[in-house]
Design a protein around this ligand. Structure first.
Ligand code: HMG
Length: 422
């Protein structure tokens, strides 16, 4: 698999891409069938997943091939509606691969739940009572969800903090392969009555926190300058400007927000494809971006002239799941996990953070060189052509003319199409 060449994959038709995947990747025959038949979520299953269902909504399902993470080659399922995101990730992953790929580390993988008490009659006594019963409280949490304990997980640690008028009890839970929202919520709700008894204070709420600071993942990569550009001086300029762009995202929240949006172009695409809760991942990461009181860029790049390289790093909470939720229900989600080689939750978390870093690199490189519009608009032109109502056969000519037009917009696309049709 390592020597497999993906060059030209983007030029193939969807059917040829499926054939390529079937021939070259060790995917199960069920996956191959699902890809060939384009089997999607059925209305019956959709109706069981959420409420008031009347239909399903489809989005493009793409592949970002050959991403090298911790010495392994992965082919990433990407679900996104935005042109140039897949191209940018593929481009970045391919040049980072030539420099040795991504290295990742997991700081931990546990979720945090909280029970919030208010109107605490005696703060010190309440805290002492909770501290004295820590073991028993953890046991109550675990009894509320015995199946996770059987799998080696469960509630592991209990701490408490006085914040404003509240006494907040935090519990860290090892959720194994699941994201664990239901599990943690069940545990917290089971704890609340005993905490109320112990403290004489009512519980305001008992809920999982999406600020998953016990599930941090770091991805790094070291890009040799020669892969940035064949021209040595140009490579140095690019590296210097990318590092400056990274510094800018540390000091200006207006830029940091866009910097992080670019990272989530990639992260959301794979989180969505793998059936995970992207709102939870986004919420946790944006809270982490503001952890010292100012919202900052999540990915950073340092230019190291003495080593002729550019070093990238991205750390964020990544409480991703490979089991539970809608993961077993949606056929496209099963296909996504198969394409990845069915990694466990920790490996999937590493892959996701790595591609976030790649996505940021591609965006910064484009921003500080050609500008984002050149690459983005080249690919946006196809969407505009289709929006204008072009038939498949008319698209190539319309795209060529659109790219040469002074104003690339829908009105121009419609005007060109009108002339083409004459
Ligand atoms: P290029 O140098 O013109 O690309 O860059 P190329 O045609 O020379 O191809 C190089 C490689 O890129 C290809 O290798 C592919 O891997 C990939 P090959 O397969 O040929 O050996 N590639 C493609 N893959 C799939 N389909 C395609 C395709 N084209 C190239 N059609 C490129 C072109 C778009 C890659 C570059 O301009 C780029 O990376 N631009 C950045 C685009 C971007 O970040 N878009 C995200 C949307 S903008 C946004 O929302 C976020 C932002 O605001 C965030 C921020 O501000 O930080 C930008």
């Amino acid at each position: 698999m390592t020597k497999l060449s993906w060059t030209g994959f983007s030029k193939k038709t969807p059917q040829e891409r499926i054939q390529f995947i079937k021939e070259h990747l060790p995917i199960a025959s069920a996956t191959s069938y699902r890809l060939k038949e384009q089997e999607l979520l059925s209305l019956t299953t959709a109706n069981q997943m959420t409420e008031n269902v009347i239909s399903r909504m489809a989005l493009p399902f793409s592949v970002v091939p050959d991403v090298l993470v911790d010495g392994q080659h992965y082919h990433l399922p990407y679900v996104t509606e935005e042109p140039s995101v897949v191209a940018a990730a593929s481009f970045a992953a391919s040049i980072i691969k030539r420099s040795g790929g991504f290295q990742t580390s997991l700081h931990n993988r546990q979720m945090i739940g909280q029970v919030v008490l208010y109107n605490v009659p005696h703060m010190q006594k309440a805290q002492a009572a909770i501290a004295a019963e820590t073991k028993a409280l953890l046991a109550i949490a675990n009894e509320a969800y015995p199946s996770i304990v059987k799998r080696g997980g469960g509630a592991k640690m209990l701490t408490q903090e006085e914040k404003g008028d509240f006494l907040i009890v935090y519990v860290t839970v090892d959720t194994k392969e699941a994201m664990g929202a239901n599990m943690v919520n069940t545990m917290m709700e089971a704890l609340a009555p005993r905490l109320e008894e112990l403290t004489g204070a009512p519980s305001l709420m008992a809920i999982l926190s999406n600020y998953a600071t016990e599930a941090l993942v770091t991805a790094t990569c070291t890009l040799e300058l020669r892969f940035l550009s064949r021209n040595q001086q140009e490579a140095v300029t690019l590296a210097d400007k990318i590092a400056r762009a990274s510094q800018l995202a540390q000091v200006d929240p207006y830029r940091a927000s866009t910097h992080n949006k670019g990272i989530f172009n990639g992260i959301d695409a794979i989180v969505l494809a793998t059936g995970n809760d992207w709102r939870a991942i986004e919420a946790g990461a944006h809270a982490y971006a503001a952890r010292d009181g100012q919202y900052r860029g999540l990915a950073t790049w340092d230019y190291l002239p003495n080593k002729a390289c550019l070093k990238g790093s991205l750390t964020l909470p990544m409480p991703i799941a490979t089991k539970g939720g809608s993961i077993g229900l949606n056929p496209s989600v099963k296909t996504a996990h198969d394409l990845l080689g069915n990694p466990d939750a920790k490996t999937l978390a590493s892959i996701i953070v790595a591609i976030g870093l790649a996505q940021n690199f591609a965006a910064l490189k484009a921003l500080v060189s050609t500008g984002i519009q050149a690459g983005h608009m080249k690919l946006q032109a196809r969407s505009l052509a289709m929006l204008a109502g072009a038939k498949e056969a008319e698209i190539p000519q319309l795209v060529t003319e659109l790219l040469q037009a002074k104003h690339m917009n829908l009105a121009t696309a419609q005007a060109i199409l009108k002339t083409l049709k004459k």
